[in-house]
Write a protein that binds this ligand. Structure first.
Ligand SMILES: Cc1ncc(COP(=O)(O)O)c(C=O)c1O
Length: 384
């Protein structure tokens, strides 16, 4: 049984009541519901939640309660976690490389019937582990290194149309259902990247002569960060809908695997300024905790922030004043524990003040470490 979570009406109340020394994750259920609704209403197929973006049970519960029933579970651990917590969930094992025996366990113990391959080796391995290939769909992953995304996801996985066509034919020969998937890259700012990737899929189909049974267009839908103006989601959905028509397979089942877009906006993080030296600030969380993703090459965005101060009577107020750039360090002893870009913060910011970072739901909680004895894990909720 999970411990009940404390509910507040605004972050100011959280700060006033808890005066938190440790970082605090602030869940906002209404924002999770809005993100899920965007996909459930607008995407012309079944949206899966890519669990890797944030596997915290409190977060996945909100995704589930928002109506998402399909999950991109890219490891046996994720399959087990999702099927144990939500027995009615539909899991799809969307990793192109699996540990030996994990496809067999996912199929036999949890009834998972969707798998991905991008090589002969993985296809052979998969077919050895699945007793009845006719029961499974095998998605051939195509590379889609198109440059529209801040984080590319096609140099590690994905094959080209010639190889993809050959693999699709092998899937058919093996008696499994053929399908195609790709990932245009994470924080993809160009809706057109999806159309380009669908065109790569179309060429692959032309070469193979195979009629696919499903298309999974992956994740990549962006979140609103500083330095990352995002186009309206409708542009993505309309572009995808239109480009799919070029495949000329009426009624083709369509899936997508958003991670970031389903969870980023629903989580804020309250941090405290621990120390200040001139224009250097030391916070109680850093790159070994919730801020790891900011250090990825090419991911040159920042989380939106708001600063609050507690006055002598314990009242919380927003800290205004001219903003200036501060170098922001995390709490560990490692020199690398520093945010890669200066943060614009009010010049009067002092130790004891709080910085609330928004849109912190994706690839933050999921990758925090216990390095140097720090591990942010305090959770509260705003509203119902
Ligand atoms: C196979 C796969 N699907 C989905 C996702 C989720 O991507 P995003 O969070 O950009 O939507 C990822 C991210 O790494 C991925 O590798």
């Amino acid at each position: 049984m999970d411990a009940p979570i404390r509910c507040f009406s605004c972050v100011e109340d959280v700060i006033a009541e808890l005066k938190p020394i440790e970082p605090v994750y602030v869940l906002q259920p209404a924002k999770f519901r809005a993100a899920a609704k965007r996909f459930l209403d607008g995407f012309p197929g079944d949206p899966m939640y890519a669990v890797k973006a944030n596997p915290a049970p409190l977060v996945v519960d909100l995704v589930w309660e928002s109506g998402i029933r399909h999950f991109d579970t890219a490891s046996l651990g994720e399959v087990r976690m999702i099927k144990t917590r939500y027995p009615g969930a539909i899991c799809h094992f969307m990793a192109p490389v699996r540990l030996t025996g994990h496809a067999k366990a996912a199929f036999e113990d949890f009834g998972v019937t969707d798998y991905v391959v991008d090589s002969d080796y993985e296809l052979d391995k998969l077919l050895k582990e699945i007793s009845d290939p006719a029961k499974i769909r095998i998605f051939v992953r195509l590379a889609a290194a198109l440059g529209g995304a801040l984080l590319e996801l096609s140099s590690k996985f994905g094959t080209n149309p010639d190889e993809g066509a050959r693999l699709l034919k092998r899937v058919v020969m093996a008696g499994a259902k053929p399908a195609i998937t790709f990932h245009v890259g994470s924080q993809c700012l160009s809706a057109f990247s999806y159309a380009q990737a669908v065109e790569i899929a179309r060429r692959t189909l032309d070469k193979s002569g195979v009629k696919i049974t499903a298309l999974d267009i992956g994740g990549g839908f962006p979140a609103p960060y500083i330095n990352s103006e995002i186009p309206p989601y409708l542009w993505y959905f309309d572009t995808i809908r239109e480009s799919i028509e070029t495949l000329e397979i009426p009624g083709l089942p369509l899936l997508c695997e958003p991670g970031r877009a389903l969870v980023a906006e629903g989580l804020s993080l309250i941090t405290q300024v621990v120390s200040r030296k001139h224009d250097r600030l030391y916070l109680n969380d850093g790159t070994y905790g919730s801020f790891d993703e900011l250090t990825l090459p090419g991911f040159d965005v920042d989380y939106p922030n708001r600063v609050f101060t507690l006055d002598a009577r314990g009242h919380v107020r927003g800290l205004a004043g001219t903003a200036k750039p501060f170098r922001v360090y995390g709490p560990t002893c490692d020199t690398l524990d520093v945010l890669p870009r200066p943060q614009m913060l009010p010049e009067g910011i002092s130790p004891g003040d709080f910085i609330v970072f928004d849109a912190m739901g994706a690839y933050t909680v999921a990758v925090r470490t216990t390095f140097n004895g720090f591990y942010p894990d305090t959770w509260v909720q705003l509203g119902e």
